[in-house]
Design a binder for this molecule. Sequence first.
Ligand code: ZN
Length: 135
Amino acid sequence: MSAKRPVPVPTPETEPYWAAARQGQLVIQRCGDCGEHCFYPRLVCPACMSDALRWVPCSGRATVYSWTEVRRAPGAFADDVPYVVGLVELEEGPRMLTWIRSERPEAVRIGMGVKVAFEPVSDDITLPVFVVDDA
Ligand SMILES: [Zn+2]
């Protein structure tokens, strides 16, 4: 018997991200002054320190920047093994730490195309995850 998986708790800064995920859309912030995209959610642009950040939709396509296959996991994640945790680089530029879902975890490779998918875990939280992009 394992512990219950922790669920993210939205904050005022992250609520737009979670609201979009509930609707099946991946959003990140884009700076209205310099045009840079950023992730994770924040109050000021990491490139120019402007506070003119706006939420914009993503294509949902990314490439695997790095990854690891977890075969032994502590309590809350013990029932999920094996699973792949990856750092994916969104088409828009930012990198996102995420699950990479695959029937064949051993086939995940750096540079592989992946696309977003959504996994509801509670009434309020739907997790964006990534799956191998066959398109
Ligand atoms: Zn900026």
